[in-house]
Design a protein around this ligand. Structure first.
Ligand code: F6P
Length: 343
């Protein structure tokens, strides 16, 4: 047996733990594992090398991915698909384990459904936006980083009696904002699932000031939009902030608007790629390791077109078709918990 592994899309902490788990489990059965470089691009360009046990020694606590990654879409043209299939045969691959987010998993689904390539998938992303699984690895680490940042921002916000706006990642969902904001004790949390009214945000902040709480923390997800009836962004500004492939900037615009409306000094911190870097938390290391072992077992059982998932505390599998048919939006129950602490 020869199993390929690739990591595609944005990196996240825990990828190396998953790679290590697959290689170590395969090693027990003397199965060969091939590491494909830089996501799907490596399979199209045939950039592949064997992963020995020694190759994965010491990588468990390391962030990023030893294989490299890219957002390359192998289905973008016939030529790429042809090369990918050619290399698959030349490498004599029995199966491929794809570790990816929404983009890479959609490509995996299509290559399985339309080209019958034997693929098993592992969900990863700091955004936690993949359906069918309660959590993706990378998310817990990102939330821990956001929480730590909010803890630090509290003391400086308090000393200067300021509003601190903290912009976090999450793409089109508010999981990181809600979890990080709840854990950090944010006073307002703005998520894509609930367009916000700037008048209400300012009212909450002013009431806090009047009540003697002269500082506030506002967490805003990178794709949180103002309500259409109170849109304070110009159309050019909106286009720059809400680009699908590169979101960012709502925090800056929001801080300016808060300061303009409330006259409370406001500052912004955009956490950016810090949320994706560094060592994974214990939770993410364990989840990635369990996912890796399960994915290997699914390959042995020829469960093609399936993705590993965690539900409750059980590692299960779900069809890729279900996992990528839509984004997993922030759970309303979680938002309800966050809302209790607004103001
Ligand atoms: O999907 C992970 C993520 O970090 C998102 O939260 C963010 O919007 C996006 O990737 C950034 O993508 P890129 O690495 O291509 O700039």
């Amino acid at each position: 047996m020869r199993i390929g592994i690739l990591t595609g899309g944005g990196d996240c902490p825990g990828l190396n733990a998953a790679i290590r788990a697959i290689v170590r489990r395969a090693f027990i059965d003397s199965v060969t594992v091939l590491g494909i470089k830089n996501g799907w691009e490596g399979l199209v360009k045939n950039e592949v090398s064997e992963l020995s046990r020694a190759a994965v020694t010491g990588i468990l606590p390391r962030g990023g991915t030893i294989l490299g990654t890219s957002r390359f879409n192998p289905l973008k043209d016939e030529q790429s698909i042809g090369k990918l299939k050619h290399n698959w045969q030349a490498l004599d691959l029995t199966a491929l384990i794809v570790v990816g987010g929404e983009g890479s998993l959609s490509a995996a689904r299509d290559l399985w459904l339309d080209h019958q390539l034997p693929i098993v998938a592992i969900p990863k992303t700091i955004d936690n936006d993949i359906c069918g699984t309660d959590f993706t690895f990378g998310f817990d680490t990102a939330v821990t980083i956001v929480t730590d940042a909010i803890d630090r921002l509290h003391s400086t916000a308090e000393s200067h009696h300021r509003v601190m706006v903290v912009e976090v990642m999450g793409r089109h969902t508010g999981w990181i904002a809600a979890y990080g904001g709840i854990a950090g004790g944010a006073d307002v949390i703005l998520v894509p699932e609930h367009p916000f009214r700037i008048s209400r945000v300012c009212e909450l902040l002013q009431r806090r000031e009047q009540d003697g709480r002269a500082f506030s923390i506002v967490v805003v997800a990178e794709d949180a939009h103002p309500h259409a009836e109170e849109n304070f962004l110009g159309s050019d500004q909106s286009q720059t902030i809400f680009r699908h492939d590169r979101l960012g900037g709502i925090g800056e615009a929001l801080a300016l608007e808060i300061e303009r409306c409330t006259a409370i000094q406001s500052r912004v911190t955009k956490l950016g790629y810090v949320q994706r870097g560094g060592s994974p938390t214990a939770f993410d290391r364990i989840l990635a390791t369990r996912f890796g072992i399960k994915a290997y077992e699914m390959v042995r059982a020829e469960r093609w077109g399936q993705m590993v998932a965690v539900r409750g505390n059980k590692i299960e599998s779900v069809p890729l078709t279900e996992a990528v048919c839509e984004l997993k939006r922030l759970d309303e129950e979680i938002y309800g918990v966050a809302e209790v602490f607004f103001g």
